[in-house]
Design a binder for this molecule. Structure first.
Ligand SMILES: [Zn+2]
Ligand SMILES: [Zn+2]
Length: 360
């Protein structure tokens, strides 16, 4: 969008952007809107690198509006508040996730489910209310409507908390929907041990469940059991182990974004069990009917969380001291990090140290 049509975009911001599908990230100076009555300005401290960023940078889904400034796992400190903002003040530690705006009027917006509003706009590569394209957290400053901002609990470090804003809430919401917050002692499966999966294991353990990690990589067993405290580990390519795991789990979270069949995973659910899909393979997933029918099982999706759920997730993480395992990088290492992320070579999330300061 041309600057002439958004005359209040007067604030100069330093960020990092991809300009075409070659996917190279370079420094980029751009404008953000003035801090409006409903806005807060945030000095960005840390921003996680989500797998979604990689898809947008490379235009994998054909919907990228270049230049794209990615980043929707943002933590920082408030530097300005608009006159309508009563719940935040300058100096507050806050986070911004995937959502930038929604219609505020539909049944989903009115019932704190605005993540399912059909006019939802995202933190980057979205169109804000004023018609401007949104730019994300790979930048030193952000202006956000206060209704899409959450608090970061004081005991959580800002770097390791950043990925909670997307990865954390993405796995938290389906767990909450499956009543895992209030009824401990369930058998929970987590498929895939990456950025989403490792937080899911931590949360499920904190909520008092027996956790089984299901992975294609036998090499992750030690880490899953000893560092993340998982109770059990199944190698999905090992038929004997998969056979033994049949009908053992109440709820499974599938976090895998690579192509795979849901059939063998469904078989591991007890009768009436639920499989929540949060990984997003870019082609249709294989869903055989027999394990569904013979086990009266359900498959459901879940897309990030509402702002209310995001705050609840943050507070729960604060209470249980749950953070992500992160590898901190400097902004000039973003391209290397993206290359490594494409090869799944990260334990478990890259986080950009935007200011270069040490931990706060
Ligand atoms: Zn994300
Ligand atoms: Zn709406």
């Amino acid at each position: 969008m041309a600057l002439e049509s958004t005359p209040n975009h007067t604030q100069t911001v330093a960020g990092w952007a991809a300009h075409d599908s070659s996917g190279k990230i370079v420094p980029y100076i751009f404008k953000r809107r003035e801090n409006g009555v409903n806005d807060v300005s945030i000095k960005v401290m840390y921003c996680g690198i989500c797998h979604t960023d990689l898809h947008f940078i490379n235009n994998d889904w054909g919907i990228t509006m270049y230049p794209v400034v990615p980043g929707h796992e943002i933590t920082g400190v408030i530097t300005k508040v608009g006159s309508n903002v009563k719940n935040f003040k300058i100096g507050d530690r806050v986070g911004v996730g995937c959502l930038a705006a929604s219609c505020l009027e539909c049944e989903f917006c009115k019932n704190s489910q605005e993540n399912y509003c059909d006019q939802i706009q995202f933190t980057y590569n979205g169109i804000f209310w004023d018609g401007s394209i949104t730019y994300g957290g790979y930048s030193d400053m952000l202006v956000a409507d206060h209704r899409y901002v959450v608090r970061v609990p004081d005991n959580l470090p800002m770097d390791a908390a950043a990925p909670l804003l997307c990865a954390g809430v993405t796995v938290f919401t389906p767990m909450k929907d499956c009543q895992l917050l209030e009824s401990p002692g369930k058998k929970v499966g987590v498929v895939g041990l990456g950025g989403l999966g490792h937080v899911a294991v931590k949360m499920a353990k904190a909520f008092g469940h027996h956790v089984t990690v299901i992975s294609t990589s036998p090499s992750k067993e030690n880490e899953a059991k000893h560092r993340l405290d998982a109770d059990s580990f199944i190698v999905s390519t090992n038929d004997e182990q998969m056979q033994r795991g049949k009908r053992t789990l109440d709820v499974i979270l599938d976090t895998v974004s690579a192509q795979h069949s849901l059939g063998p995973i469904l078989e591991m659910l007890k009768v009436n069990g639920t499989l929540a899909v949060v990984g997003a393979p870019d082609r249709p997933i294989e869903l055989p009917s027999f394990p569904l029918i013979f086990g009266k099982r359900s498959v459901k999706g879940s897309m990030t969380g509402s702002m209310k759920e995001t705050q609840e997730m943050m507070d729960v993480c604060g209470k249980h001291n749950i953070t992500c395992d992160v590898e901190l990088i400097k902004p000039d290492q973003i391209n290397q990090a993206l290359d490594r992320l494409a090869r799944n070579d990260v334990r478990y999330r890259f986080v950009i140290d935007i200011t270069g300061n040490s931990k706060l």
